[in-house]
Design a protein around this ligand. Structure first.
Ligand SMILES: Cc1ncc(COP(=O)(O)O)c(C=O)c1O
Length: 358
């Protein structure tokens, strides 16, 4: 059927969800395509969520005050500076809808989180994609040069998805000094808990120093709540007020809010899991370096293998091992750090790729 619609929608490629684990008779297979947390949910979080199941006939607290107050306390900000969303994807969507429409530009690195172009096009605004440097990091000079009078938002993704690179505090400050103070700069830090780069930028530090910083965090990754959809922004109070006007009413469920609070209560246990994932990531990275691979040093719960035109061939080797990683045809493969057994298979698969001359 043909129907009347906005022409810009035809330019949106559509979000490609990470593939499920490949089906292989009698063999355990692994999904390492969505940067999820491979640990099972904490029993205390499952119990808290189950305790709320009987309330599903009621709408949630739309503002999520209980979570907002906990987060405000944790970061030393006011509740008026915290906004929840259905994952940080919704937070980013709200922010773009708040600041940009037709004729406005949003500057961001590319390749980066694949939702950015969809969100920008959805708002009818224009994406200005600044290609990453050959090492996979943000081209800071390029980002700064792309800012003009039409710019409404600059996005920094630290660590960057999919290249897993970290941006330094010095580089982030260069961006902040160059961008006019009435243009917002979003620091998307979905994976910051895994960032072990001693030189990394810390968006909350910048938030305290500059008037135009918005920080986006999520409970999906380090906290393992991807399936419940809850993330948040920390932003100046007038920005949070604006976000509230474009938010999906009642979007963040009571179950998600409950799980977030139970997770904040279990911070020590979750931190231990983060340390285990980081250790596993470093083990894999060391093994691959020993095999002779050159790839960006990873600072997230995934790493990036730049394979260029042999990407699809490499993906088939991964699949034969029972691994579904995230494949960017012609560019490379993003590999999430999953269970240790999955990581062992990743190391095996990469050895095989090396043997094929990749
Ligand atoms: C860089 C980045 N930002 C934001 C998100 C959004 O995550 P969520 O909507 O689950 O919070 C993701 C998810 O993959 C991501 O990779």
């Amino acid at each position: 059927m043909t129907y009347k619609h906005r022409a810009i929608i035809d330019t949106i490629p559509g979000y490609k969800q990470g593939k499920p684990a490949p089906a292989k008779e009698g063999v355990r297979t692994y999904k390492i395509s969505s940067n999820e947390n491979a640990f099972d949910p904490l029993p205390s979080v499952v119990e808290a969520v189950a305790g709320k199941a009987g309330r599903m006939n009621r709408y949630p607290d739309m503002r999520g005050w209980a979570v907002v107050e906990r987060l405000a306390e944790r970061y030393g900000v006011e509740p008026a500076n915290v906004m929840l969303g259905c994952g940080s994807t919704e937070v980013i969507t709200m922010l773009v809808n708040l600041v940009a429409g037709p004729g406005d530009e949003i500057v961001y690195p590319w390749r980066s989180f694949e939702a950015y172009p969809l969100i920008v096009a959805g708002a009818g605004a224009t994406s200005v994609q600044v290609p990453n440097l050959p090492d996979g990091g943000h081209d800071v000079d390029g980002l700064i040069a792309a800012v003009n009078e039409r710019t409404r938002l600059v996005i920094v993704n630290n660590p960057n998805n999919p290249t897993a690179t970290s941006i330094s505090d010095a580089d982030a400050r260069r961006i902040m000094e160059a961008v006019p103070s009435d243009v917002l700069v979003l620091f998307d830090e979905a994976y910051f808990q895994f960032n072990t780069d001693p030189a990394t930028s810390v968006a909350m530090d910048l938030y305290r120093e500059y008037p135009n910083v918005v920080v986006a965090h999520t409970f999906s990754k380090a906290y393992g709540l991807a399936g419940l959809r809850i993330g948040y922004a920390i932003a100046p109070a007038d920005v949070v007020e604006g976000l509230g006007k474009v938010a999906l009413p009642f979007g963040v469920t009571e179950i998600a809010q409950t799980a977030a609070i139970a997770s904040l209560d279990a911070q020590d246990e979750l931190d231990e899991r983060v340390r285990a994932i980081v250790a596993e990531r470093d083990r894999v990275a060391e093994a691959l370096t020993a095999q002779g691979w050159e790839f960006p040093k990873p600072y997230a719960n995934y790493f990036w293998l730049p394979l260029g035109e042999r990407t699809d061939e490499a993906a088939r080797v991964f699949e034969d091992k029972g691994l579904s990683a995230r494949v960017f045809s012609g560019e490379g493969i993003r590999v999430s750090i999953g269970e240790p057994e999955a990581c062992d298979l990743v190391i095996e698969a990469c050895a095989e790729l090396k043997a094929r001359g990749m």
